[in-house]
Design a protein around this ligand. Sequence first.
Ligand code: GDP
Ligand code: ZN
Length: 468
Amino acid sequence: IRDLTAKDTICAIATPLGLGGIGIVRISGKASREILSKIFRPSRAKFPLKSHRLYHGWVYDPGTGERLDEVLVSYMKAPHTYTREDVVEINCHSGYVILEEILRLVLKCGARLADPGEFTYRAFLHGRIDLAQAEAVADIVESKSRRALDIARRQLEGALSSLVSSWLDLLTDIMAHLEAAIDFEEDTEGEIEETLQLAERLKKELIDPIEKTERESRELSILREGVRLALVGKPNVGKSSIMNALLKRERALVTHFPGTTRDIIEDTFVLEGIPITIMDTAGIRRDADYIERLGIERAISRIGEANIILWILDLSVPLSKEDDEIFELLKKSSQSLAVVLNKADLAHAFGPEDVKKRYGIDSALVTISAIRPGDVDMLKGFIKNRFLKEAVEAVSESFVVSKHHREYLNTAVEALLRVYGLMLEGASPEIVLVELYDAKKALETILGKGDVGEGILDRIFSRFCIGK
Ligand code: GDP
Ligand code: ZN
């Protein structure tokens, strides 16, 4: 974040690259309108343009008089805008080259390129949104899945903010009681009674709900971070085919020769709103050549990153020493393991019982054929029931997903638990108040109030892409 006072005018392409034929160049700041008047000629209207209207016209290069593109333009006067500054949006429909061209013009007219997240940062700076909401914007931008998006959106709408605000109100109330108590020197019966009541209130109305929110959001981190699923098995068992089927497209190279996938290939699909990253590991093979061995070593080290391992076996050929060796490797890993018996459409050389007998595993087992479309859904259902059920259920109600929000909630709870202990012990109100301030600070930080270090701001806003 380079300019804390946000005096200059910023601009950026606000639409994702390569998405459809339409694009927006967004400008925010004092010079927005003046810049627009230099490069835009409306087809019917005259300057000055009215606020919050859409105007049709053309963008011209003021230097050469060359007509660049037909556009729709909106000028939005402060403060009823996203940033609470004057904002101009130029909608054009001619693809990325023209977008860049228009952006260059705007820069030439005196704006500078926005930093990542700077539009949202300005909205925060001008008090239009609080920090929790700003983060929600970042989450929306980042969201890989619809469900995570819904949660972020609820947060943006202020669900977390209003909850935290209500906790802060309560905290302030309790602090007022304690401050009043400082004025009384002696411990009267009534006062001890009141402190105990206050302590119970603290527990019931603050500690418990904050803990609950923190707990729920921890379960939800699966949404943000997703699940990593590794496909492991000897060459030719159908790993790439299964991966492609799950991703529903031709991605990993599929061949008839063993060991073609030399390294890790990964890609993401969404299941029940949860982003699942599949890693197709190199075929693990005993007589591997050097390059293949390199891939295998990497594959094995990467298995450690997976949450779930699907061990693929080929039903059409007998179980072999290679399978045994892979099982030896898998035995050492601590992740959830499931066995997929593939190529069920061919004649079976063995069955599920043989796998159980040979390897003594009682882990989940599913039989599929990667080339039968219906079986893919079956495999997805299997993954869902086996590994994602709890996460999916936890999702329905909560809304806090940010990791460092969670840290602040934790800090608040820890401080409040100390407060609770001190109150029960009958500690002096002064001592109790010190701990309460810590809790208050942690909660305020979530809203971006009080003492928010610049480092935190940087961390949050640098997550944005340019144009948000
Ligand atoms: P990988 O080496 O484990 O990644 O295996 P591939 O996905 O490259 O598959 C090896 C070969 O087996 C390819 O010719 C696939 O078309 C074929 N194959 C994969 N799954 C099935 C299946 O379920 N049934 C049949 N009949 N062939 C399959
Ligand atoms: Zn493969």
